[in-house]
Ligand binder design. Sequence first.
Ligand code: NAD
Ligand code: DAU
Length: 341
Amino acid sequence: MKILVTGGAGFIGSNFVRYLIGSHPEHTVINFDKLTYAGNLENLRDIEDLPNYTFVRGDICNRPFLDSLEFDAIIHFAAESHVDRSILDSFPFLQTNVIGTQSLLEVARKRNCRMLHVSTDEVYGSIAQGLFTEASPIEPNSPYAASKASSDLLVRAYHETFGLDVMITRCSNNYGPYQFPEKLIPLVISHAVEGKQIPIYGDGKYVRDWLHVADHCRAIDIVFHKARAGSVYNIGGMNEQMNIEIIGSLLTKLAEKTGLDRNSLFNLLTPVRDRLGHDRRYAIDPSKIERDLGWKPETGFEQGLSETIDWYLANRQWWERIISGDYLDYYKTQYGERFNE
Ligand code: NAD
Ligand code: DAU
C-alpha cells in the first residue's frame, strides 16, 4: 500500500513515519507536509534515503495538488497544534484543521480510499471528575480544540453521507523525542538547561493525561489496520499528572543527570498570567481500544520521562537549531528552493 501521511515532519508524524517504515516494510510512505514553523525535516534525517520513503512539500488545502498524487490510503496528522497560538490568531487553525481536512476528505472520496483522522481529547472539553468516553459530548473550549472538533464532525459526516472508510482517534497529551520546544515538557527541559525562566500558567494545578508518543504511534497503526469504517477510538495512558508535578519531576531528574544545582533549577519557576479559557482537566477512558483491538500503553511514565530527558540532553543541537531558526534551512540544502506544489 502507498500511504499518504500528512504532517509527517512534525512531532507525532515524524515518530509515526519512522515507526511505520520500520514495522511495515510492505508499505510505501509519502510524507506530505507544508513545513510550517512546526515541520522539521531534520526529524527524519535517518530515514530520508530509504527507498520506501518520499517527501512531498505541499499544503493539505491544495486539492488539485493532492489529486495529482498517487496513493491508496491517508493517515492525517497535519494540523496547527498549539493552543496558545490559536488564542493569538485562530485563522490558520480554521484553514488547515477544518478546510484542510475537508479537502483530504474530498480527495479520499474521489478515490474511495481509507483515511484515519488523528484527533485529540481536547474536543471533549474539560472534565471535573470521571473520564470522557467516545460517547461523551463534543464541547471544545479553545479555538484549537474547536477547529479539531469541527474536523471530527466533517469526518463523521463524510462517513454517514458518502459511506467513506474513515476512522477517528482522540489521543491525550503526547511526550517524547522530536517534540517542538514550545510544548510544556521540551520547553521545561530546554529552558532549565539554558537557565531561562520556566513559565507556569496560573496555579499550575492543571491536569493532563500523558502518553509516550511511541504508544500513540502503535495505537494508530492498530486502528488503521484493524478498525471498522466510521469508528472512533480514545487513546490514553490513564496517567494523570498536574503540571507542577511534571515540572518538579523534570527538574529533579535533570539535576540528577546533569549535576546542575537543584535549587537553582527550581528558582527558574515563574508564575505567569494564565492561558485564556485554560481547560482544568483532561481525562479519557481508553478501554474501548484495549477491549476491541488489544492495544495497551507499554512505556511507563517514569521510564518514558527519564528517556525523554536523556534524548533532549543528547540532541541539544536539534532543539538549539530550532530556537535559533537554523532548522528552517535544512529543507533548502536537501531539496533546493523548489516547492513541490
Ligand atoms: P506538530 O505541530 O508538531 O506538527 C504538525 C505538522 O503539520 C507540521 O509538520 C506542519 O508543518 C504540518 N502542517 C501544518 N499545516 C499544514 C498544512 N496546511 N498542510 C500540510 N502540512 C501542514 O503537531 P503534533 O503535536 O505532531 O500533532 C500531530 C497531530 O496530532 C495533530 O493533528 C494534533 O491535533 C494531534 N494530536 C496531538 C497531540 C499532542 O500531544 N501533540 C495529542 C493528540 C492529538
Ligand atoms: O490533550 C492533547 C493536546 O495536548 C493536543 O491536542 C495539543 O496539540 C497539544 O499541544 C497538547 O495541548 P496542551 O495545551 O495540553 O499542551 P501544552 O504543552 O501547550 O501545555 C500543557 C499544560 O502545561 C497546559 O496546562 C498549559 C501548561 N503550560 C504550558 C506551557 C507551554 C505551562 O504551564 N507553561 C508553559 O510554558
